[in-house]
Ligand binder design. Structure first.
Ligand SMILES: C[S@@+](CC[C@H](N)C(=O)[O-])C[C@H]1O[C@@H](n2cnc3c(N)ncnc32)[C@H](O)[C@@H]1O
Length: 208
């Protein structure tokens, strides 16, 4: 008998087609600094960061409903974790602005190994794009630092170009896992000996 080969295909979800909105979150009960993870998947990275900074707050965005449900199961009972399913871009302002207005520090925003969206016509699905940066530049304070890590050199170069032409052109390259914590995706790539490209960026104080 011939065994049927089952191919596991993890289909990408188009973030622009996921319209779920979160409008009720007004921030955490305390005013401790917040770490943000865009595309947290199983949340291991944030969980390890939590071991280092247990008094900080954590915002996890995850596009995939099932992954977000899993995050909820794993970390939903922690007071300092807030989990949001759906497109992070669509919910960016409503989730982050209330805390910023209260003077809470957003310590770092991680965009770890985002889906590359190779095709030209799919570029607009990328989390970091010109219109997103233009919009957030109007209200996000300069001191907020984004961390971008990827195993895709072409993506790194393209995003770098977008950043250089935006107010977020204060850019610093770095080596080694952020906070010494490799993400799941990163570890899989490192195990295969692949290279990782990394940078931090923020809005130039003189931009406005
Ligand atoms: C390649 S995986 C990387 C997962 C994890 N950051 C890591 O480094 O191990 C990308 C993750 O980002 C999520 N994602 C993609 N676009 C997103 C968006 N616009 N908003 C929230 N999550 C997103 C995907 O569902 C997926 O879980």
């Amino acid at each position: 008998m011939k065994l049927k080969r089952i191919r596991r295909i993890r289909k990408h979800v188009n973030p622009l087609a996921v319209r779920k909105e979160h409008r009720k979150f007004k921030g955490f009960k305390n005013k401790n600094p917040i770490f943000v993870d865009v595309g947290a998947y199983r949340g291991e990275f944030m969980n390890q960061l939590f071991q280092k900074f247990p008094d900080h707050n954590y915002i996890l965005f995850e596009l995939r409903t099932l992954a977000a449900q899993k995050l909820e199961q794993l970390y939903g009972n922690r007071e300092n974790f807030a989990i949001f399913d759906g497109d992070a871009g669509r919910n960016w302002r409503s989730i982050l602005e209330p805390s910023i207005k209260k003077g809470v520090k957003i310590k770092k925003i991680f965009i770890n190994f985002p889906d590359p969206w190779f095709k030209e016509k799919h570029k607009k699905r990328r989390f970091i794009n010109e219109s997103f940066l233009r919009e957030i530049a109007t209200w996000m304070p300069t001191e907020i630092v984004f961390v971008f890590q990827t195993d895709q050199q072409f993506l790194f170069e393209e995003i770098l170009e977008v950043l250089e032409g935006s107010p977020f052109n204060d850019i610093k390259f770095f080596e080694g896992s952020a906070y010494g914590i490799p993400t799941n995706w990163e570890q899989a790539k490192l195990n295969k000996g692949e290279k990782i490209w990394r940078m931090e960026f923020r809005k130039k104080p003189t931009s406005f």
